[in-house]
Design a protein around this ligand. Sequence first.
Ligand code: HEM
Length: 569
Amino acid sequence: MDTDPITTSYTSTVTFSLLMLVAVLIAAYYYIETSRAVRLIKKLPTGPPSVPILGHSLIPLTWPPELMVEKVIEFYEKYGGTGGAYFGTKTVAFITDPQDIEIILSSSVHIDKAKEYEYFKPWLGDGLLITKGDKWRRHRKVIASTFHMNILKTFVPLFYENSIDLVNRLRDKVGKKFDCHDYLSAVTVDILTETAMGVKKEKRQKTGYEYAMAVMKYTLFLSYNYTLSDIIHRRQYNVLLRYDMLYKYSKFAKLQEKLLNIVHTLTEHVIKEKAKDFEEKLVKDQQVKEVQNVKPMEKSNPTKNMEHAKNKAANYMHYVRDDLDDIDENDIGEKKRLAFLEMMFELKKNGQMTDEEIWEEVNTIMFEGHDTTAAGSSFALCILGNHPDIQARVHEELDTIFGDSDRQCTFQDTLKMKYLERVIMETLRLFPPVPLIARHLNEDVKIVTGDYILPKSTTVLIVQFITHRLEKYYPNPTVFNPDNFLPEIMQQRHYYAYIPFSAGPRSCVGRKYAVLKLKVLLSTILRNYRIISDTPDKDFHLRGDIILKRHDGFNIKIEPRKPASRKEE
Ligand code: HEM
């Protein structure tokens, strides 16, 4: 029987294509599975079996974001704290032991961020969190200097004023259950705008509430909130969203555009307001110079100069003067230190910073400075709410410092908040707002806890959420115990066993700002309220979209309180 020539040609085309596909798959299989990096990663203790070529890439697809933290804990309990995975030629290693972590974080070679941080680019540009090389070094140096303690001290009255505003806003929540994270997020954005950005309250566009909601809460469907962090996080672990070519057709791409529009509208408004302020300041400075030129004698009069500087400082700081200004007086004569955005404009004036770089750094500081401390303070309130004994000790400490006065909090007061500081540190141990850090390895790394090599170009995930819960370093690791941070206990612990702010050359530039702000904010709330929460911290449903949060909401109740000495009134 004769065969139809069309059918014959079709059959041979299909057969040829199938053979080609099989050949490509076999070649890819050998290329991936025999590559040095994959072979070294496979030597690490690994989790569930991988599939050829795709490696472990299918595993996270089955983990919804709200179960991610539970899955990571489950994974750790089943397979241990060191491990590896691969997705095609991309290799990933996980480490949790402080000795291994030290090798990476203390190094000045492995300071580049993993490729997965690139998904932040539409939001933060090539700002400090992401950038590398010379740009990172230059920007790090100037930005770190703007978070110097001498500047932070001048922020305390602003931290306090905003905290008192929050206390007043919370009055209608007394006795009701509510999610405190919404409130703490909004106040955190307002504080950042007024301190690091130096934009006064009356010049702010609405409140930080809208910005905060875009970053952390946006209801697309009635039942579900998608946030910028959530979308970026999905892109980091979901292979289907990794590639721009596919991503741009997803529902997330449109939503991201909408959310970025809200976020950038606020940050661009902040930059515009500060630019106007800066221009006005330049004009005033010019006028002062001209007057000084007319009266040259005054220029060399140190007392007058001091007086002038004092008045100038009082004008710039639109809040009341307190004892901090006296401490800061010692700074006059030193090179003048500037707050973050003021410094950015000063550098621009000297041709050392472009408009685009200012935009990137403002967006970076707004994100890093906001979501992290909002989560930290919300966890602290929830925890205090279900540990009345620990909360009573905090109240006792605050009553000792403030007595029955409702005066504002000063920098000196914050130095006396030793127990509250331990509560904050313990909160950041059990619930680190940044639960893991990812670095790109620029060289092979030999770890110390096993005979393993992490190959060059691997993404190494430092999972501090797990490190902070290692029994070896924290007896009863899941129990909230502020005494884990007694000085004598801390001294005996491995330094890298506590890294909520990361550590080494690429650690958090805002850590002192964060702790100082948390002390003022939490102490002001706690001077005015008693917190009640009925969910024990071991039952918090955690969710880790970049920043660790409670998926079940940071629900608390508050009751007004008076210092112990005023109870009889
Ligand atoms: C409780 C609050 C905070 C926590 C837990 C925290 C934690 C961290 C961590 C873990 C990193 C390293 C991230 C990584 O390598 O992926 C980091 C970096 C950074 N943080 Fe924070 N942070 C906090 C508050 C702040 C604040 C208040 C600011 C600024 C106002 C800030 C600004 C930054 C910046 C700019 C970086 C990037 C530094 C660099 O790469 O050189 N952070 N933070």
